[in-house]
Design a protein around this ligand. Structure first.
Ligand code: SF4
Length: 365
């Protein structure tokens, strides 16, 4: 046997033996082979840690036990269930894909890699995960954990954020994959990356690959896997004006191709820098409301999204008469807003101001 092929065999065997004996946490989607449940868990886990995703997964499974139930659900109800997970594009994709499978594919989940990959919201990793976990197909997954294990094991300095680097690591992952047992192998390599070959404190002394690993206990652990560029973070400044008139508040649904599409928000003035109260009241969009008097700042927060840092402030203004507002929103009775889906940032601002506590009482928001 050639040296490279021998190393791959050692890698694969050592990993599978370790996985069989390792006492790992059981997660509700592990050892499941229903493609609907696997797909649902993978979409939830795309930008969410497992601990955070578990209650959402369980709620979805309970409320929508199969693809037909999800496909028939009301959009706002699904968004409400998703609330708090963020990255709402995943939720929109979930609904669109469930409806496509229910109506055009007779409710049968596609069972080839190419057909799975063609579904909305499914990239290479998710397609390989569903193909292997649900259908036992020989496709190697490549997520952050797998990149780290492979880059360190082979002391491989290809950057993982370039197309060429991704292709290179996919080839490596395909080479070590146990083709007869792809589901177990994929789970094992991801579990190793999450539990032993962790980003900051890898435990090489406990690692089943340590005898042949090229980075074991070395300085390389601090730099691998390599990235070619740093993420440039865009700062955005959101000034929300919560307008109250009698027992109603004005809200609009975000319909742009931007973050939080489909969720509700108060009147928004986005600016390219942080504004103090005086500057906000002089802002043309604020002046356009023709409010009598000033709005009061009641809460502020920041939320980091993958490439954006959103700085948000919530202003409050009680109006005796409805001001001039764009037609994109409407005045909604305070009692109804509890049932609407909001982005995490707005929920946090509302909670700081006690908006939900004030609903149903006689006091003003
Ligand atoms: S020996 Fe250390 S660096 Fe190598 S794969 Fe194991 S934990 Fe990672």
């Amino acid at each position: 046997m050639k040296k490279k092929a021998r190393i791959e065999t050692i890698f694969t065997q050592a990993l599978l033996e370790w996985h069989q004996q390792a006492k790992l946490r059981t997660l509700p989607w592990k050892k499941v082979n229903d493609p609907y449940k696997i797909w649902l868990s993978e979409i939830i886990l795309q930008q969410t840690r497992a601990e955070q995703g578990i209650p959402y997964y369980l709620k979805f499974i309970q409320q929508y036990p199969n693809i037909h139930a999800l496909a028939a659900a009301n959009d706002d109800e699904v968004f409400r269930l998703w609330q708090g997970l963020g990255y709402y594009t995943r939720c929109r994709n979930l609904l669109a894909t469930a409806r496509l499978i229910a109506t055009e594919l007779g409710g049968i989940f596609p069972n080839t890699y190419a057909d799975i990959r063609a579904l909305r919201g499914i990239g290479d990793y998710t397609a390989a995960a569903i193909a292997s976990f649900a259908f036992g197909l020989p496709h190697a997954v490549l997520d952050g954990n797998v990149y780290r294990v492979l880059a360190r094991y082979y002391a491989d300095e290809h950057p993982i954020d370039t197309l060429q680097g991704k292709k290179h690591f996919q080839k490596l992952a395909d080479e070590v994959l146990d083709k007869k047992n792809p589901a177990t192998f994929n789970q094992a390599i991801m579990d190793l990356g999450a539990s032993i070959c962790s980003p900051r404190k890898p435990q090489c002394s406990l690692c089943p690959l340590s005898n042949t690993c090229n980075s074991k206990n070395s300085e390389l652990l601090k730099i691998l896997p390599l990235k070619s560029k740093k993420i440039v973070v865009q700062h955005r400044y959101f000034n929300f004006i919560l307008l109250e008139c009698r027992d109603k508040i004005w809200l609009e649904r975000r319909e742009t191709k931007d973050i939080w599409n489909g969720l509700y928000q108060p009147f928004l003035i986005e600016t390219d820098k942080d504004l103090n109260d005086i500057a906000l009241h002089k802002n043309a969009a604020y002046q356009g409301l023709q409010l009598s008097g000033t709005a009061t700042i009641v809460a502020q927060t920041r939320q980091r999204l993958s490439h954006q840092l959103v700085h948000s402030k919530l202003y409050f203004k009680h109006c005796k008469q409805p001001p001039s507002l764009p037609p994109c929103g409407s005045w909604l009775h305070k009692d109804t807003i509890k049932s609407l889906p909001f982005p995490k940032t707005i929920l946090e601002l509302f909670e700081k101001k006690g908006i939900f506590n004030a609903i149903g009482t006689s006091r003003n928001i």
